[in-house]
Design a protein around this ligand. Structure first.
Ligand SMILES: O=P(O)(O)OC[C@H]1O[C@H](O[C@H]2O[C@H](CO)[C@@H](O)[C@H](O)[C@H]2O)[C@H](O)[C@@H](O)[C@@H]1O
Ligand SMILES: O=c1ccn([C@@H]2O[C@H](COP(=O)(O)OP(=O)(O)O)[C@@H](O)[C@H]2O)c(=O)[nH]1
Length: 835
C-alpha cells in the first residue's frame, strides 16, 4: 500500500471494493487516522501482487459531507494509494439495506428477508435504487482517475453493476470481477427480485472469479437457468459474447503471520496467554459477528461437549473474538443479543468463580495479539453456516508451527474444500457432530496432529494471496483480447433507413424470411405446446407486402408443409417447407426436389426415440416432417432438457440413425435429425430457380432482404448471397425474341439471365437476436421484425392486388431483357443454362 513513484512503469491496476483496506477515523479538524479495515477481503487483497502500480478505490469507512474535510481525507488516503468514494446519503440503503440486508443473505443461502411493511422509505425498490446509485458513484470516481490502459478489478457483491457501467463508459477497459462470498444454488438465487438484471450486469465483465468450483458451477447454472444463456468450458456465452468464469481460491500472506509470531511483541503476548491459560486447552474462534459464521451453533456444540464430557469442564476454554460488524443491520443486532444470551447461559451452567468456559470478546484485536492467539490455540473452531473462503482458518494454520493444533472446520466454508484433508470437517448445524469433533481434536495424538498440520501448511503456503492475485490477473490479461475478438465479430444493427430507401427505389424485390423466431408470436405469448403461429400483429403488413407486384416474399422454414399452409395459405407468397425440399406458391400445389429413392428408413425408429424423450421431459415437444424430426425443450427445465438431449443423442446414435444418411443438429434448446445435406443454403439456389422459372421472371432481383433466427448450419444461406455478390452464378433461362428490323427474321431464342443483381448496397441480411452470425446485420428481436416489415409496407403502398405471376409486363422487365439482348448481340453469346 505504499505510494508508487511518479515514474512507475508498471501497468496500473484499479482495485475497486466497497471497503478500502484502511478505514478513516476523525481525530481533529481536518485530520484523520487510518486503521486497517477488518474482514478477509482486505486481508486477501493486501497480499496481492506488486507487479502492478495499484490504486484502491472504495468507501473510507466514514461519512464526510464537508468539502474541505473530504479534500483533507482524500489527501491522507492518496499517501497510501487509496481513492475514496464518499457514499454519504446512499450508504444506509446501499450497504446496510441492499448489500447486507438482501444480497448477503441470499448469497449465503439464508433466504430473502421479509420487507418491512411499515417502512415505506426502505423498500426492496428503494434499496435497489440506492445500490445502483452507489455503483454509479464508484464509476464516477473510477472515471475521474482512469488512465488509458488501466485494468479494473471489481470486488464482491457490493459492485455487481460496476462491470456493466464500466463497459458502457469504455468498452475497451479490461474488467474483472471477483466474488468473495459463496454463490448460491439457482433455486435460492431465483428468489431475488431483479435477479436477471444483476446477472447480466456482471456478465459484462471479461472475467468472473469465484473461490470454489461449486460456487462457479452454481453461478453458471443460475445463468443458464435464469437467462437461458449457454455454458461452455470457458464460462458463459450470451449473444455471442463470452464471459470467462474461473476458480481462484483466495489465500493469505503466510510469511507475514510467521514473521509476526516471532516478533518480540507477539512472543511476549504468547507467553502471557500461555500463562493465563496454563493447564487448560484453548479452543479459539475468530469471526465477525455475522449470522453466516454460525457462532450460536458453535456455542451450542460447546455446551453439549461440556454436558457430555464432565471431565473436560475447567480443563478447556473457548476464546471467541467476535469482531463487530454491520451493526446497523437488524439481523446483526439480534444476533448479538442471542449470542450474549448463550454465553451467559453456558458460563452460568459450567463456570466457577475462578474459571469461565467461554471468553467472549465483542471487539477486534490488534494484529500481533491475533497472531499470538492463533499460536497458542490447541483447536481452532470454525462453524460457518456458509462462508466464501474463511481466511481465519488459513491464518491459524500459518501460526501453528510450534503447536500443531487441530482445525475443526465447517464443510460449508470455501476453506472446507482447500483445507479439508488436514482439518476435521463438520456440518455446523449438527451440534452432536461438532461436539464430537471438539473432543476428537482435543485428544488427537501428536503424530496425527503433525501430519494434518503439514498438509494444511503446505496448502496455505503455496496458495497465497499473491498467487491468487497473480493467477486472476494473468487470466484476465489473456481473456480480454478474446472477448474483444468476439465483440469485433458482432455485426452492426440493420441500417433501417438505408434499407427502406433501397427498397423503395428497387423494381424487383426479394424478401426471404424464416418462420420460427422471426414471424412467430413472441415466446411469452406462445402456448406451452407451441404449434408455431404467425404473429397476429404481422397479418396486415404481410398482406400488403405480398400484394405488391414488385415484391416476392418467401418463407423458408424447417417447418413442415402443413404448418406453412396453415399460417401462410392465404397470403400471396412462396412457401418453402422443410428448408426448401418442398415449395409451393400459396395458391398452388407443393412440388419437391426430393430424390425419389431417398433413404428414409431411419425416420420411424427416430420418431420412437423422440416420442420417448418427449413423454419423459415435461413441457418438451417434437415435430416431424417428411425428412426431419425436431425435439424442442425450450419450455422445459433447461438443465434437465440439456441432460435429456445428451441421452437422446446417445439413443439415436446407438440405434435408429447409426449409419443413416442424416445430419444431427443440436440447437440452443433442440435436437434435430434431418436427411443429409439439407440446409437453407444448399436449398435456396434451387428454390429461387424454381420461383423465377414459375414466375417467368424477366428482371433480376435488385433488392434482397434475408432474415431469420436460423440454426448456425442454416446460416449458409447468408454465405450463398455473399458469394452471389462476388460472382453471380445463379442464372435463369428465358426465351426471348431477337430484335430485328426484318419481321420474318424474328425468332424465339434462349438466353441466360442472372437471377440476382446484387451489390453491397441492395443486399440486406440480418440475423435475429443472434450476434454470432454470418449475416451482415442484426435485428434484436422478432418485435423489431414486425416494426421493420411494417415500415417497408408503408414505404411503398400497394394499389392493386396481383397474382403471383403478374409482374412480367412491367417496364423494367422489358428494359432488362433489352439490355441483355443487346449484350448478347454484341457478344454473340447464346447463354448457358444453369438451373
Ligand atoms: O466490509 P464488511 O461489510 O465489514 O465485511 C467484511 C468482509 O466480509 C465478507 O468477506 C468475505 O471475503 C473473504 C475473503 O475473500 C472470505 O474469506 C469470506 O468468507 C467472505 O465472507 C465480504 O464478502 C467482504 O466484501 C467484506 O469486506
Ligand atoms: O480482530 C480481528 C480479527 C480478525 N480480523 C481479520 O478478519 C479477517 C476475516 O476474514 P475471513 O475470510 O475469515 O472472514 P470475513 O470476515 O471476511 O467474512 C481475517 O483476515 C482476520 O485476520 C481482523 O481484521 N480483526
Amino acid at each position: 500500500m505504499t505510494n508508487g513513484s511518479a515514474c512507475d512503469q508498471r501497468p496500473r491496476l484499479l482495485v475497486v471494493a466497497n471497503r478500502l483496506p484502511v478505514s478513516a477515523k476523525k481525530t481533529g479538524e481536518n485530520s484523520w487516522s487510518l486503521k486497517m479495515s477488518p474482514g478477509g477481503l482486505v486481508s486477501g487483497l493486501l497480499g496481492v501482487t506488486s507487479q502492478f502500480d495499484t490504486k484502491w478505490v472504495g468507501w473510507p469507512g466514514v461519512d464526510v459531507i464537508n468539502e474541505v474535510e473530504k479534500a483533507a481525507l482524500s489527501k491522507s488516503l492518496t499517501e497510501v494509494n487509496c481513492i475514496p468514494v464518499f457514499l454519504n446519503e446512499v450508504f444506509d440503503q446501499y450497504y446496510n439495506g441492499y448489500c447486507n440486508g438482501i444480497l448477503c443473505p441470499i448469497l449465503h443461502h439464508m433466504g430473502l428477508p421479509e420487507e418491512d411493511p411499515h417502512d415505506t422509505t426502505k423498500t426492496f425498490e428503494t434499496q435497489y435504487d440506492a445500490y445502483k446509485k452507489a455503483n454509479r458513484m464508484f464509476l464516477d470516481v473510477i472515471v475521474e482517475n482512469y488512465e488509458e490502459g488501466d485494468i479494473v478489478w471489481c470486488h464482491d457483491y457490493h459492485l455487481m453493476f460496476l462491470p456493466k457501467f464500466l463497459k458502457e463508459y469504455n468498452n475497451k477497459i479490461k474488467v474483472g470481477w471477483f466474488l468473495h462470498s459463496p454463490f448460491p444454488s439457482s433455486e435460492v438465487y431465483k428468489t431475488l427480485p431483479s435477479r436477471s438484471e444483476l446477472l447480466r450486469a456482471i456478465l459484462r465483465a471479461d472475467l468472473l472469479g469465484f473461490h470454489t468450483y461449486d460456487f462457479a458451477r452454481h453461478f453458471i447454472r443460475t445463468c443458464t437457468r435464469i437467462l437461458g444463456v449457454e455454458a461452455t468450458h470457458e464460462g458463459v456465452v450470451d449473444q455471442g459474447r463470452v464471459t470467462r468464469v474461473a476458480v481462484f481460491p483466495i489465500g493469505i500472506d503466510p510469511d507475514r503471520f510467521i514473521r509476526t509470531c516471532k516478533l518480540p511483541e507477539a512472543t511476549q503476548q504468547i507467553n502471557e496467554l500461555k500463562e493465563r491459560f496454563a493447564g487448560k486447552k484453548v479452543i479459539l474462534g475468530v469471526d465477525r459477528l455475522d449470522p453466516i459464521k454460525g457462532i450460536p451453533q458453535k456455542y451450542l456444540a460447546f455446551e453439549k461437549f461440556l454436558e457430555e464430557n464432565p471431565n473436560w469442564r475447567h480443563k478447556v476454554v473457548l476464546v471467541q473474538i467476535a469482531v463487530p460488524t454491520r451493526n446497523d443491520v437488524p439481523e446483526y443486532r439480534k444476533l448479538k443479543d442471542q449470542v450474549h444470551g448463550l454465553v451467559g447461559r453456558i458460563n452460568g451452567r459450567f463456570g466457577s468463580v475462578s474459571s469461565l468456559p467461554i471468553h467472549h470478546l465483542d471487539c477486534s484485536v490488534d494484529f500481533s495479539y491475533l497472531c499470538a492467539l492463533y499460536a497458542i490455540a490447541d483447536v481452532m473452531l470454525v462453524t460457518s453456516l456458509r462462508d466464501g473462503m474463511n481466511l481465519v482458518s488459513y491464518e491459524f494454520v500459518a501460526c501453528q508451527e510450534a503447536k500443531k493444533g487441530v482445525l475443526v472446520l465447517s464443510e460449508f466454508a470455501g476453506a472446507g474444500q482447500s483445507l479439508g484433508a488436514g482439518a476435521l470437517l463438520v456440518n455446523p448445524c449438527d451440534v452432536t457432530e461438532v461436539s464430537s469433533a471438539i473432543k476428537e481434536a482435543l485428544i488427537m495424538p501428536a503424530d496425527e496432529r503433525e501430519k494434518r498440520y503439514r498438509v494444511n501448511f503446505q496448502y496455505v503456503y503455496i496458495h497465497s494471496a499473491k498467487k491468487w492475485g497473480d493467477d486472476f490477473m494473468s487470466v484476465l490479461n489473456d481473456t480480454t483480447p478474446e472477448s474483444e475478438m468476439q465483440l469485433r465479430k458482432i455485426p452492426h444493427e440493420l441500417p433501417q433507413q438505408d434499407m427502406i430507401q433501397q427498397y423503395s427505389q428497387s423494381n424487383n424485390r426479394l424478401i426471404i424470411l424464416g418462420f420460427y423466431g422471426t414471424l412467430t408470436a413472441p415466446m411469452s405469448s406462445q402456448t406451452k405446446e407451441m404449434d408455431l403461429k404467425l404473429n397476429s400483429e404481422l397479418k396486415g403488413t404481410l398482406r400488403a407486402l405480398c400484394n405488391d407486384p414488385k415484391t416476392t416474399v418467401v418463407v423458408l422454414s424447417r417447418s413442415g408443409r402443413d404448418i406453412l399452409d396453415k399460417n401462410f395459405g392465404k397470403y400471396n407468397m412462396w412457401l418453402a417447407a422443410e428448408n426448401g425440399r418442398f415449395l409451393k406458391h400459396s395458391n398452388g400445389e407443393w412440388v419437391t426436389n426430393m430424390p425419389q429413392n431417398m433413404n428414409l428408413d431411419w425416420v420411424d425408429g427416430a420418431r420412437n426415440v423422440f416420442q420417448y424423450f418427449t413423454d419423459r421431459t415435461p413441457r418438451s415437444f417434437f415435430k416431424a416432417s417428411g425428412t426431419s424430426l425436431v425435439w424442442n425443450y425450450e419450455h422445459a427445465d433447461v438443465e434437465f432438457g440439456r441432460a435429456q438431449a445428451r441421452d437422446m443423442l446417445q439413443y439415436l446414435w446407438g440405434g435408429p440413425i447409426s449409419n443413416a444418411p442424416v445430419d444431427v443438429v443440436r440447437g440452443n434448446h433442440s435436437v434435430e435429425v434431418h436427411a443429409i445435406g439439407e440446409t437453407k443454403g444448399t436449398e435456396i439456389g434451387r428454390v429461387l430457380g424454381e420461383i423465377v422459372h414459375r414466375k417467368s421472371m424477366t428482371t433480376p432481383f435488385d433488392f434482397v432482404f434475408c432474415s431469420g433466427y436460423f440454426l448456425e448450419k442454416d446460416e449458409d444461406i447468408y454465405t450463398f448471397f455473399e458469394s452471389e455478390i462476388l460472382s453471380p452464378k445463379l442464372s435463369h433461362e428465358i426465351r426471348s425474341k431477337s430484335p430485328s428490323s426484318n419481321h420474318s427474321l424474328k425468332k424465339k431464342r434462349k438466353v441466360s439471365l442472372n437471377v440476382l443483381d446484387l451489390k453491397k448496397e441492395n443486399y440486406f441480411s440480418a440475423a435475429i437476436g443472434q450476434t454470432r452470425t454470418k449475416a451482415r446485420y442484426v435485428i434484436h428481436s422478432s418485435h423489431d421484425v414486425v416494426d421493420l416489415l411494417h415500415k417497408l409496407a408503408v414505404a411503398v403502398p400497394t394499389t392493386r392486388l396481383t397474382d403471383s405471376f403478374g409482374d412480367t409486363n412491367n417496364t423494367s422487365s422489358k428494359s432488362w431483357i433489352n439490355s441483355v439482348e443487346r449484350k448478347e448481340l454484341v457478344n454473340g453469346d447464346t447463354g448457358q443454362i444453369d438451373m
